[in-house]
Design a protein around this ligand. Structure first.
Ligand SMILES: Cc1cc2nc3c(=O)[nH]c(=O)nc-3n(C[C@H](O)[C@H](O)[C@H](O)COP(=O)(O)OP(=O)(O)OC[C@H]3O[C@@H](n4cnc5c(N)ncnc54)[C@H](O)[C@@H]3O)c2cc1C
Length: 336
């Protein structure tokens, strides 16, 4: 694990642009024939649209995060039909999971997988509803990110930047199914099947890399001196925030309203959280445990018969410290 940033951040990138810069380097060095990734849909900048990029300069249009689903892997067969033998794919965990399942049958000579973490996704239409809730001028928003310092950062077309504390977000106004059950029960937040995961959660304001294998090292080496790396920091204690999160999910999953904090207290706690809450690797662990808690609580409530097949063994040790223990039926056959 590394904390990292590009010495010269790429214009238009979500963070400093490590993801698209690696893809550019693969194309510049001729290591791949094409990169499969998402560009903005010409009719809606927030809607992802799968593209096969064959020239390094083509990656600039792909920078930034778009919210929504799009059939990334539908371009794998066209890529093969075009004669591409060495391919790189940039994907979120569910896309990478399916990619790895197909990998052998596709017969590419070389496949590089650059993953990003993903906490939740929704349709682009729903994301537009969210933008309308948080801003009076949603059409002028060019950038949005849930930062590791408990703020959502929003940038506008005229250059204004706004940071809203998580606690001040109107999340309770979102419908319960704003995020689909598949995202609420996702067990691979950090994209374990990627060669390298490029995120921000453990980065304390910088990017956060998980180099997972030799191919991932090869990808990072392509950046040479362009990337600055250090050991990730850590601080605070995740137990309290994860417990609080669990209590709220239990209430919401049980159909009860969220335990609302009084409005006067929100700015104070919003100010305190970045100062006393978990930071760096501890923050990343907190988020991974929160996702695991969500998986168990939402599946138990909505699809209990699926527990044994859909909760893999690595989830239980993450949630057991918070009192969530599997029944024999729930544990399934790949139990640890
Ligand atoms: C829906 C979603 C949720 C995310 N949640 C988290 C999180 O909780 N924690 C975390 O650490 N990181 C998360 N990320 C990743 C994060 O937003 C950054 O993309 C990542 O840190 C890389 O930054 P960068 O500057 O290197 O990216 P850039 O160089 O700007 O490149 C971004 C890459 O992401 C691709 N991309 C954009 N939107 C999508 C999409 N909808 N589906 C697939 N690929 C897409 C682009 O095509 C591009 O290749 C999420 C990304 C998405 C798409």
């Amino acid at each position: 694990m590394l904390r990292a940033s590009l010495a010269v951040p790429s214009v238009g990138a979500q963070w400093t642009g490590i993801t698209t810069r690696i893809a550019e380097r693969l194309l510049e060095t001729g290591a791949v024939d094409a990169v499969l990734t998402m560009a903005p849909d010409p009719d809606d900048k927030w809607k992802p649209m799968p593209v096969l990029v064959t020239k390094a300069e083509g990656m600039a249009q792909c920078r930034g995060m778009r919210m929504g689903y799009a059939p990334l892997l539908a371009l794998l067969e066209p890529a093969r039909a075009l004669g591409y033998k060495r391919l790189a794919v940039v994907g979120i965990p569910c896309q990478v999971y399916a990619l790895r399942a197909l990998e052998k049958s596709l017969g590419f000579e070389r496949l590089y997988v650059i993953g990003t973490p993903c906490s939740d996704n929704t349709t682009t239409a729903r994301f537009h509803q969210f933008l309308e809730l948080i801003s009076e001028e949603p059409d002028n928003i060019t950038y949005l990110e849930f930062r590791a310092d408990y703020h959502v950062e929003i940038r506008y077309t005229d250059g204004r930047v706004k940071a809203i504390p998580f606690l001040m977000l109107p999340l309770s106004q979102l419908p319960n199914d704003f995020f689909p059950l598949t995202c609420r029960t996702c067990v691979d937040y950090t994209n374990v099947l990627a060669d390298i995961t490029v995120g921000y959660m453990g980065g304390q304001g910088e990017q956060w890399l998980i180099v997972r294998n030799e191919r991932g090292e090869e990808l990072l080496d392509l950046l040479g001196d362009e990337v600055r790396t250090t050991t990730p920091g850590t601080g605070g204690n995740r137990q309290g925030p994860v417990k609080g999160f669990l209590k709220n999910v239990e209430r919401a999953a049980g159909g009860l309203p969220l335990r609302r904090m009084p409005n006067w207290l929100r700015p104070i706690v919003g100010w305190l959280m970045p100062r006393v809450g978990p930071k760096g690797v501890e923050f990343a662990r907190a988020r991974v445990e929160m996702k695991a808690v969500e998986t168990v609580l939402h599946l138990r409530r909505e699809k209990p018969a699926r527990m044994k097949n859909m909760v893999p063994a690595h989830i239980w040790p993450l949630v057991e410290p918070y009192g969530l223990v599997p029944t024999p039926e729930e544990r399934g056959k790949d139990a640890l």
